[in-house]
Design a protein around this ligand. Sequence first.
Ligand code: SAM
Length: 280
Amino acid sequence: MLSYRHSYHAGNFADVLKHCVLIHVLEYLQKKDKPFCYVDTHAGAGMYSLRSEQSLKTNEYQQGIGALWSLDGMPASLDAYRSLIATFNKPKELNFYPGSPLIAMQLMRKQDRLSLFELHNTEVKVLEAAIKRDKRVSIYHQDGFAHCLKLMPPQQRRGLVFIDPSYEIKTEYEQVLETLKQLYKRFATGTYVLWYPVVERYRIDELEKKIQASEFKNVQLFELGQLIDSDERGMSASGMIVINPPWTLKAEMEQVLPFLAEKLGAAGQGSYKIKQLVDE
Ligand code: SAM
């Protein structure tokens, strides 16, 4: 049974990094008129109220989008991220936070296509209501790991697969790697973006080594830490592993990550990593 609900965490420091990377990749894909596809294997509910009981219980967004909301002097791409979030809110108010499907929809053109997978019975209904009717979008109430493979290679031969599990089940650390390998076999030129949490650091060290030992080419890693790692305290950091990143992404993250580490990290504990995990 799935118990994870993203409404407790929407807009937190992990979402800030996750969605900045997502926006960058989609804006890069938009540079050509040719259509592209966006596959979201773990779509979530699509839209979150920051005034919901769940969000107010954790208040995590306060150390994420909330902390950036009124800041001056941000790097340009963070300004663009904040402006996109603002389009889902009344002027100057921060009450709602869009999930990856709605962020992607803002950046898709009429020729592009979205495929969204969400397995949770309630979340998928909320997602359907948030998307309404849009002929560019297909929503699947299915296991995103297993069923995304059926879409590969995509008709458009260009696109992004966004993999954002909750890691509720520890085998998901293995499953993400196996899914990436299968996807890459079918569509080696696609861009793949994988989110990971740092709860037990050794799991990420292992994941990095296994990616380096696999057949992937051109893999980058971007990580934002809020707290110093500790096996007892829950998530200290989170990161994005990007296969076939836009060539512009690393330079952008070199601007964004030091800024986010300073503004979103706990006193003296913010950190970041930028790595070329596998060469081109
Ligand atoms: N990608 C979303 C965003 O950025 O706004 C957040 C997704 S949340 C971290 C993970 C979601 O995956 C949850 O809504 C959960 O119900 C869903 N989920 C868990 N296992 C799944 C699976 N095997 N296939 C599809 N969805 C799954």
